[in-house]
Design a binder for this molecule. Structure first.
Ligand SMILES: [Zn+2]
Length: 158
């Protein structure tokens, strides 16, 4: 399952990539191009634009209207609709910045690129195979876990 997110969904795009879903972020395409791209690449179009949503549906392109809600509620709604997994698994995560795969990186191979304090407390690292960005379970980790926990409980409560 692959997604194409419109220009209003940059943050949601990063979440989907972290969860392992191939998501293209299109921030400079008009509606017609977006729908063509979703169709050609068999991506589900995610949009906050009701007009674009109707335009896509009329052309029988799979589309989902993302409501203006909390991140947890948006993720729960997507999970309900497409049976998305809301568990974070670094083995399948994609780079939030560029959508490429990330792979485990040995600390001694990347220690020059990370803050010293991080090197002291973290043991596990991942590196994007495309843009080279390095990831670890840092200060944002708790917030990420909490958002996913909320999303999963929204899902359970129906
Ligand atoms: Zn990357």
């Amino acid at each position: 399952m692959k997604f194409l997110a419109d220009s209003m969904l940059g943050k949601l795009t990063r979440w989907l990539r972290m969860l392992g879903y191939d998501t293209t972020y299109a921030d400079n395409l008009d509606d017609k191009k977006l729908v063509e791209m979703a169709n050609a690449e068999e991506r589900i179009l995610l949009t906050r634009d009701s007009e674009l949503y109707r335009f896509a549906k009329a052309r029988e392109v799979r589309a989902f209207f993302v409501e203006e809600r909390s991140r947890s509620e948006q993720l729960a709604a997507l999970s309900r609709q497409f049976n998305l997994s809301l568990e974070l698994n670094p083995d399948i995560s994609r780079c939030p910045l560029c959508n490429a795969d990330i792979s485990p990186a040995r600390k001694d191979s990347i220690c020059e690129s990370i803050p010293e304090a991080t090197a002291r407390v973290c043991e596990e690292f991942w590196k994007c195979v495309n843009c080279g960005k390095i990831y670890w379970r840092g200060a944002h980790w708790k917030k990420i876990v909490e958002t996913l926990r909320n999303a999963n409980s929204i899902l359970k409560d129906g």
